[in-house]
Write a protein that binds this ligand. Structure first.
Ligand SMILES: [Fe+2]
Ligand SMILES: [Fe+2]
Length: 461
């Protein structure tokens, strides 16, 4: 099969000889990376996966069994918008760019590489999880997320190869060389170097960290560099499923904890082999705070430059009355900051609001079981490593602590060694059709109309 048949696309790959040559060179390295760093132990199995075959309605969600190395990593851009104009910043109202504007070349490359780096990083972080899957349904969802993150890497590499010449080719190779958690060549952002060694971490990651991804993509979808806007708009269609996997995963863990308490009359959920709600809360504290850091500093001249240049906007920029953001200020930690410098905080606020809704939906499950417990998001100051709050210590309510107090109480707030060990201990693989691990409840529906009792992954014997 020729390369452009292997790679479904709507970017005229068959006639774009330069791009084709660049990808021909990159593809074997990508496949090598997938075989080294992709899900370990399942590469020969048939997985019931969704593949994008075109951007037409219905075309991007084709379901069938496929072995992951044979997945068709496509390159798709959302359809062009007629006469699209730059929606914000200094170039507001001018036609969007179809080629990289020279003065913004470095900025744009940096935005694309930073986004691109997160895609393979998450696959690396989740590489061993399949071996402890609670059921075939979740195993399949993990792999769906993994292949789509792989495709997202393709999307960013397409931009690098098509628009950045030799620099772009070098960056594309480096995207395959960095490794999550490595000490000499780590991934760019901290949350993408954190280990994900149990399924509760995976669900938290896909709830909170993939949701950061959603907000970054929404901001890039506003970009005046049209190819970036169109690529990210299509990626967002896939991101929705990742967040579903996360949110519904946590919900099922919470539901199971509640069921156990009701069925056994024992409030000690750990004694009954489930994940207790205080542990769920600690995991929320960890992954929410790590994900907040991904938005960058509260006051940021970089963010201001991205906005001025028309490269990275606000979520649904058209909702704002003023697209120049030259006047006005934003309230950040008791101070008023010029609006353009506060763009990271503007984006972070939209994100936090969205996360609050997740927490409310999880709490509804607890309410339904008439259990007196509420999950909550920690304060934005809690456990930060980047920005205005990174220098101090704060408890989850946002109260300042001395370093000594923090050290003494850290394990009240965040999962400690014992918590991780307990959760990891529960992670015993269940691979029989229709069966599920004790610590999580079944999903209410299956995938693509299939029942829970479906062979989502056909294990190679
Ligand atoms: Fe992604
Ligand atoms: Fe994702």
């Amino acid at each position: 099969m020729s390369l452009y048949e292997r790679i479904p696309n709507n970017v005229n790959l068959s006639t774009d000889k330069r791009l084709l040559r660049a990808l021909e060179h990159w593809l074997p390295n990508y496949m090598q990376w997938w075989s080294d760093m992709g899900p370990e132990g399942f590469q020969a199995d048939d997985v019931y996966l969704r593949t994008a075959t075109s951007v037409e309605p219905g075309g991007w969600a084709h379901f069938d069994y496929v072995k992951m190395p044979d997945y068709r990593w496509g390159i798709f851009l959302a359809p062009p918008e007629h006469d699209r104009r730059v929606g914000f910043g200094d170039h507001f109202g001018k036609p969007v760019w179809q080629e990289v504007p020279g003065e913004y070349r470095n900025m744009l490359r940096r935005l694309i590489v930073t986004q691109g780096d997160t895609e393979p990083a998450s696959v690396e972080q989740q590489r061993l999880l399949g071996q402890s899957a609670p059921c075939l349904y979740d195993l399949r969802n993990l792999f769906q997320v993994n292949v789509e993150e792989g495709r997202h890497l393709w999307a960013m590499v397409y931009l690098l190869h098509s628009y950045f010449g030799r620099d772009g080719r070098e960056e594309s190779e480096e995207l395959l060389e960095r490794r999550s958690g490595s000490s000499d060549k780590p991934r760019i952002l901290e949350a993408f170097n954190e280990p994900i060694e149990d399924w509760l971490s995976f669900y938290m990651f896909t709830t909170f960290t993939d949701r950061d991804g959603k907000y970054q993509l929404l901001a890039l979808a506003e970009s005046g560099f049209d190819p970036l806007s169109r690529t990210t708009r299509f990626m967002l269609t896939e991101e929705a499923h990742h967040m579903f996997v996360g949110e519904s995963g946590v919900r099922r863990v919470v539901r199971r904890a509640c069921e156990i308490m009701r069925e056994t009359g024992d409030d000690d959920v750990r004694r009954q082999g489930g994940v207790d709600l205080p542990t769920v809360q600690k995991y929320i504290n960890l992954w929410f705070s790590l994900s907040l850091d991904l938005f960058g500093g509260e006051v940021s001249s970089n963010a201001a430059s991205f906005f001025s240049a028309g490269m990275k906007g606000r979520v649904q920029e058209e909702k704002y009355p003023d697209h120049l953001a030259l006047e006005g200020s934003y309230h950040v930690g008791g101070e008023d900051i010029p609006l353009r410098n506060a763009m990271n905080e503007v984006l972070r606020d939209s994100y936090i609001e969205d996360c609050e809704k997740c927490i409310a939906r999880w709490n509804r499950v607890i309410d339904e079981h008439e259990i007196q417990y509420q999950l909550r998001l920690p304060d934005r100051r809690f456990h930060r490593h980047i920005g205005a709050y990174s220098a101090g210590c704060f408890d989850p309510q946002g109260h300042k602590l001395s370093e000594e107090q923090w050290n003494a109480r850290r394990d009240e707030f965040l999962p400690g060694e014992k918590d991780f060990a307990y959760v990891r201990n529960l992670m015993v693989p269940v691979m029989e059709i229709g069966k599920i691990a004790h610590w999580i409840s079944k999903p209410t529906t299956g995938i693509h109309g299939m029942p829970f009792e479906f062979e989502y992954v056909r294990r190679e014997q």
